[in-house]
Design a protein. Structure first.
Lengths: 270, 426
């Protein structure tokens, strides 16, 4: 058992590297007896930028939440770098959907970023000056340092998303899960976020992103998980992101399919 | 003026302790949007108390607190269970849970009243005025029991929130992150519910189960208007709670006399005073108050009027060296008073300072027109209206960015020169 106030070691070097960052075995999740994820078997390789795509209600967010233990799986086993979740929490950074929190909450952007350090700070201890300095650094990385003292409701949607991203960055995790970080953000923010995701990937981090825009999957991600309650396909984007799999994932949703087919065709023609 | 006695001092001191311990928790209930839960729990602890009476046959503090804590957690858990299993919204299931428990509590209280000395109306409305009569010996002094109990409740709340401030904060703001970090937000939530239940019981004798919810929520709600940060919100709520207690007691002994009545309940007047503070905050809070908002709107409108007058003078100067028409006398006089324009022999002209500001405005306006037409495909006639608004809110950084992005254009879409410096227009 780990004591809640025990000191957590920071992410270790490559000697700990396992073959997969995340291994999910036979996982099933149900809400009110309706299965949301069915028999998911997945290996997410380390050091990749991974998209999770699928139609609404396909279980994309649930997959992330189940891996993080935020929703209970009916069955199944999850390993993070070969170990159970409880032993790897310090290695994981999480960016929930922006709508999941109350942005009227009386905290500043810097306060929110510092929350990323709470686990490292540990139970009962306070946020101190060095933590605030690191939080400000993280805000600088997303171009938001001049908004550090703003109350969070005074930020635009894209700025709020950047604050969330800074909060994940400050944790310096090895594995990131992000739930729709590009949903509803302005073009400038999208570029900032994508640049940062690539930096993380290039630094050997694994980044798993729930993504909704099929047109940018090929441009942004190296690896893709196509989900519709079951895993339809998972693998390098170049191998699995094609018409057949999109059809299987999205069923008869033609407008989306056409977009994607167009995107595939455009890339093939380049 | 009634004489202020030692009794009054004890009443006010007890009232302050009650108000502080309630207000401290109220901050977290409020930011979690759980104000209703505070209401539910303060009612639902009643059966817990009654059962504790019935089982032990006494009014000892310990069984009461245990009964209340169990009832508090039960309310929180039942509410979540019913809203989940019955698929109704949380406030609906809260309504079901707390009214049922409250009714059950009242029935049990009436039964318990046969066995022990227990007054239902005292639990409902509190009897702050009577608390100095029931004392305990403490270090050689006779201290009211309610004072000791509420001091203990305040100490408990202050310790728990002091130690776990950060954990409560993240659990309230982002339970998902809190859970992902292993901070057990569910446990923190239940701890808050237990504290609320215990505080409610401690406050029953003083303010009663109905008014305790006013003490939980109103100071925090007023404090939220005063500030945008949690730590200062907590400080404000404590200040308002203490002020309400003092004012409440003064009001209870003084105010009725003005209307020819006898004294009224201090607890009731405390709630009224807290409500009064909320009203004051709503009107006069520095940023979020109604007055501040109105002033900001008026200030903005005035600045826009002034800027429009400046820009209009500049445009006329551009067309003809001087003229008489243009902005109304109202705005011209205000420009003059600020040294931005002056009346001359041939009409009104801009001063150097006025021209510098006017150039900036016109430049901003025309750059935006250029940008809207070139980059956003807006029709030139529509671009004017959008630019008319944008010119008042564009920072100099944004302006430079716009200029660079457009590659420093010389003319706007209507062919007019985009001014760059403030020499008089040729």
């Amino acid at each position: 058992m780990t004591w809640p106030w025990s000191i957590h070691t920071p992410p270790a070097g490559p000697e700990h590297a396992a073959s997969a960052a995340v291994s999910i075995h036979d996982m099933t999740v149900a809400y009110h007896r309706k299965p949301v994820l069915w028999d998911v078997d997945l290996d997410i390789p380390e050091g990749r930028l991974v998209a999770v795509i699928g139609p609404n209600g396909a279980g994309k967010s649930t997959l992330i939440k189940a891996v993080l233990g935020l929703v209970k799986a009916v069955s199944g086993d999850v390993r993070i770098f070969g170990e159970p979740l409880e032993r790897r929490r310090a290695w994981i950074g999480y960016v929930p959907q922006r709508e999941s929190v109350d942005w009227d909450f009386p905290v500043s952007a810097l306060d929110v970023v510092a929350m990323g350090l709470y686990r490292e700070i540990g139970w009962f201890r306070r946020v101190r000056a060095p933590h605030r300095a690191r939080s400000l650094d993280a805000l600088t990385r997303v171009g938001m340092e001049s908004f550090a003292d703003r109350q969070i409701s005074q930020l635009s949607g894209g700025q709020q998303q950047r604050v969330f991203l800074a909060r994940a960055l400050v944790q310096d995790a090895r594995l990131y899960f992000m739930d729709e970080p590009l949903a509803g953000v302005d073009a400038a923010t999208e570029q900032v976020i994508i640049r940062l995701l690539r930096e993380l990937r290039d630094a050997g981090r694994t980044v798993v992103v729930v993504h909704h825009d099929l047109q940018t999957v090929q441009e942004y991600f190296d690896h893709v998980i196509m989900l519709n309650t079951r895993v339809v396909a998972a693998g390098p984007t170049a191998e699995v992101f094609h018409r057949d799999n999109l059809h299987k994932t999205y069923g008869g949703r033609l407008t989306l399919l056409e977009q994607a087919a167009q995107a595939v065709a455009d890339t093939a023609g380049r | 003026m009634s004489a202020w006695t030692l009794i009054d001092a004890w009443i006010v001191a007890t009232a302050i302790l009650t108000a502080l311990s309630c207000a401290l928790l109220g901050n977290f209930l409020l930011v979690r949007r759980l104000s209703m839960m505070g209401d539910a729990i303060t009612h639902a602890v009643l059966p817990g108390l009654a059962i504790a009476f019935l089982v032990t046959g006494s009014r000892d503090t310990a069984p009461m607190l245990i009964g209340a804590a169990v009832a508090g957690v039960l309310t929180a858990v039942l509410t979540q269970f019913i809203s989940h299993a019955g698929r109704v919204e949380e406030s609906a299931s809260m309504g079901v849970v707390f009214t049922t428990l409250f009714a059950l509590g009242l029935v049990l209280m009436v039964r318990a009243a046969d066995k022990v000395d227990l007054d239902a109306s005292c639990v409902l409305y509190g009897a702050l005025e009577l608390t100095p009569l029931d004392t305990v010996r403490l270090g050689g002094f006779d201290v009211p029991r309610a004072f000791v109990i509420n001091a203990a409740a305040l100490a408990l709340n202050a310790c728990v929130i002091g130690l776990l401030y950060k954990e409560f904060l993240v659990g309230a703001f982002d339970p998902m992150l809190s859970a992902a970090q292993g901070f057990r937000p569910q446990l923190m939530h239940q701890a808050l519910m237990v504290l609320t239940a215990v505080t409610a019981v401690a406050s029953f004798e003083t303010v009663g189960s109905i008014l305790v919810v006013a003490m939980l929520i109103v100071p925090a709600a007023a404090a939220r208007l005063m500030t945008q940060r949690m730590p200062s919100m907590i400080a404000w709520s404590l200040l308002i709670a203490a002020a309400s207690s003092v004012l409440g007691h003064l009001g209870a002994i003084e105010a009725p006399g003005w209307f020819g009545f006898r004294e009224t309940s201090t607890a009731g007047m405390m709630a009224v005073a807290a409500g009064g503070w909320f009203g004051v905050a709503l009107l006069f809070a520095p940023e979020q108050g109604l007055l501040a908002q109105a002033l900001r709107r008026v200030g903005l409108r005035f600045r826009i009027g002034l800027e429009d007058a400046l820009a209009s003078l500049y445009r006329h100067e551009e067309a003809r060296p001087a003229f008489r028409a243009g902005p109304s006398d109202f705005w011209l006089r205000r420009l003059w008073r600020r040294g931005l324009a002056e009346p001359g022999s041939k009409g009104w002209t801009l001063t150097a300072r006025g021209r510098a500001r006017a150039v900036e405005l016109v430049r901003t306006h025309r750059l935006w027109e250029r940008y809207l037409v070139d980059a956003a495909n807006v029709r030139p006639d529509q671009a004017h209206h959008a630019s008319e608004r944008l010119e008042h809110i564009t920072s100099s950084d944004l302006l430079d960015g716009l200029d660079t992005a457009l590659d420093r254009p010389a003319r706007d879409p209507h062919g007019r020169v985009i001014p760059r410096d403030s020499r008089p227009a040729p």
